[in-house]
Design a protein around this ligand. Structure first.
Ligand SMILES: Nc1nc2c(ncn2[C@@H]2O[C@H](COP(=O)(O)OP(=O)(O)OP(=O)(O)O)[C@@H](O)[C@H]2O)c(=O)[nH]1
Ligand SMILES: [Mg+2]
Length: 575
């Protein structure tokens, strides 16, 4: 057999296309590939050996790096490091929450970036103006078309007024042109010259973390000049944005005229023009922004919109008391890009996570994904949350669910206007936007803030309960497979007693916090012997939030910190 196999060995060097079947070969298939050529010259041999040596060094360096990373993870864990993942669809508020962390735990760093945010804000304003013009001219064209279809006489009044509006708009656009033409330059500075075909032309431009440092800064800038958050003492302007600000100052009045134009107002009220929240914010605030020495305030920075590309890591040192003095813990925050095309990059970060903060902007019930106009944004959010809670790697990871853009402050309700006390969800409902028109399963329920919040919350909580049940069943099945429990006992997980805590989910008020996962028994052999033992389960906390409201968000961050600390202490006791 051996001789037969040897005699069949192909002529050497072999034709790589005629590889003998491995059953016939006595050679290691890898050796077949890596074997040195038969008629190698001394120079070729030397070059090959050098290349092999370099490859070995490279491979050893990779091994060493991996081992170092593993050591670092082990050490970080031992030091009590908290690893938080911010997950959720695009525009859900992940980066805004990350900015809030920065305001709370590293305010100096955001001061250093303050000037850079002007570029983002100017670009946001340019894109918003373009969205307004697109809607204006589209609607004028549609009206003209409808008018000509009706074959009205040329002297019809509505057509004349439309002609006046069109002329008005053309004139405003011409006066804004010098400002609008900075769009490409700003975008390319912000994304560092990277070409991204997937960026949505409507509003988006992606940036990687650290984009702030792509911008040219004055080398003599002293960050210590900025004494108060939002109140810079310096009059220096960023080199690149300086000329742009000059032009913005000249045409700020025109932007205000555009935003307050009766036709634009009518389009907004009839919802034929839907401006994103940040667009409207910057257009409304244009008189303040278009002034000499403009420096973004905290609120401007929170509203400024850039789409995250990939994953960015942020490190904070957090006092054990949440804020203030006391021993501190390292916190790692991972902010991810939330558009559909980027979600596959999240999984490698699931390992070792302490908690996931999932952002679900339920105010988007009347919106559709930029990536797929057929998919409702709340539906997408719910499905995405389902995938996250069902993920095996996140089985024991605490979930913090933020219903973003949906805070309604009861405490402020007597004192302030709707503008100050409510975020997007409550405002939409007050304007009469009906949930049932977009989410048909909402049925005939009242279109009130509390009903809508309770309805969405119930659906998200059900997702988590269902996932926990699946994880528990999988665990029981696994134990049964290993012979730790009798297969018949795997069904015991369904006993009312076993699932009682899970089903008796505590319902709290809109701003409350829940732990929907009661402690459940997994009926293992050992436990049958020792009596039922409490098993550690992940917790789910829910909050209705407004990420742009610094006071309430920072309170929630501290509350989340306390809850996670409490949970990890409980975990430690149960180990
Ligand atoms: N009114 C209001 N606006 C919010 C809230 N959260 C975020 N925003 C705004 O929504 C926009 C999008 O927020 P981001 O934090 O950039 O969204 P993201 O989840 O990081 O999006 P991607 O990076 O694309 O995945 C920003 O302009 C924010 O200011 C909120 O709770 N209320
Ligand atoms: Mg982001």
């Amino acid at each position: 057999m051996h001789a037969l196999a040897s005699s069949r060995r192909p002529a050497y060097p072999p034709n790589p296309l005629i590889r003998p079947a491995s059953l016939e070969s006595h050679d290691d298939p890898l050796a077949f590939v890596t074997r040195p050529p038969l008629h190698e010259s001394p120079q070729e041999r030397q070059a090959r050996l050098r290349a092999e040596h370099d490859a070995r060094l490279h491979s050893e360096a990779i091994d060493a790096k991996l081992s170092l990373e593993r050591d670092q993870i082990r050490r970080r864990k031992a030091a009590g490091e908290v690893k938080l993942l911010l997950l959720g669809q695009a525009e859900s508020g992940k980066s805004t929450l990350q900015k809030q962390f920065q305001f709370l735990y590293a305010p100096h760093s955001i001061n250093n970036e303050r000037t850079s945010w002007r570029a983002v804000i100017f670009l946001n304003i340019i894109r918003s103006i373009k969205v307004v013009f697109d809607a204006v001219f589209l609607n004028l064209d549609l009206r003209e078309q409808a008018h000509s279809n009706q074959r009205r006489p040329a002297s019809s009044t509505s057509n004349i007024s439309d002609d006046v509006i069109r002329l008005d708009m053309i004139n405003i656009k011409a006066r804004l042109e010098p400002f609008l033409q900075f769009e490409d330059r700003l975008a390319s500075q912000l994304i560092g010259g990277i070409q991204l075909s997937s960026a949505t032309p409507k509003k988006g431009f992606y940036v990687r973390s650290g984009w702030q440092w792509n911008l040219p800064h004055r080398s003599d800038r002293s960050h210590t000049d900025i004494t108060n958050l939002g109140r810079p003492s310096t009059t220096e302007l960023d080199e690149m944005t300086e000329p742009i600000l000059g032009i913005l100052i000249e045409c700020g009045g025109e932007i205000h005229t555009l935003r307050t134009h009766a036709f634009v107002q009518r389009l907004i009220q009839s919802r034929k023009l839907k401006l994103d929240e940040w667009s409207d914010y910057f257009l409304v605030n244009i008189r303040r922004i278009a002034t000499p020495n403009y420096m973004p305030t905290d609120s401007d920075i929170l509203r400024a919109r850039v789409q995250t590309m990939g994953i960015s890591e942020h490190q904070f040192t957090v006092s054990q008391n949440g804020v203030g003095p006391g021993s501190s813990l390292p916190w790692l925050l991972y902010d991810v890009g939330g558009s559909r095309g980027q979600r596959h990059t999240w999984a490698p970060f699931f390992e070792d996570a302490t908690a996931v903060i999932f952002m679900a902007p339920i105010s988007a019930f009347d919106q559709y994904l930029d990536e797929d106009y057929r998919v409702n944004r709340v539906q997408d959010s719910l499905e995405l949350f389902g995938q996250i809670v069902e993920n095996e790697l996140l089985r024991d990871v605490h979930m913090v669910l933020f219903f973003s853009k949906s805070l309604f402050s009861i405490w402020r309700s007597m004192l302030t206007s709707m503008e100050d006390k409510a975020d997007i969800l409550a405002k939409k409902l007050e304007q009469g936007v009906e949930v049932t028109r977009y989410i048909t399963s909402y049925g005939t329920r009242p279109n009130t803030y509390h009903e809508v919040c309770a309805y969405f919350k119930e659906h998200f909580m059900k997702m988590c309960t269902r996932a926990d049940k699946k994880h528990a069943e999988a665990k029981v099945a696994k134990l049964a497979g290993k012979g730790y429990i009798h297969s018949s006992s795997s069904t015991q997980i369904h006993r009312p007693g076993a699932m009682k805590n899970a089903s008796s989910s505590k319902q709290s008020n809109a701003n409350g916090k829940d732990n929907i996962n009661g402690k459940r028994d997994v009926n293992g052999k050992e436990k049958e012997k020792d009596g039922p033992k409490e098993e550690y389960k992940r917790a789910l906390f829910t909050h209705f939030t407004s990420m742009v409201d610094t006071k309430s968000t920072q309170k929630i961050i501290v509350a989340v910190h306390d809850s996670l600390l409490r949970e990890s202490l409980k975990h430690a006791k149960l180990l």
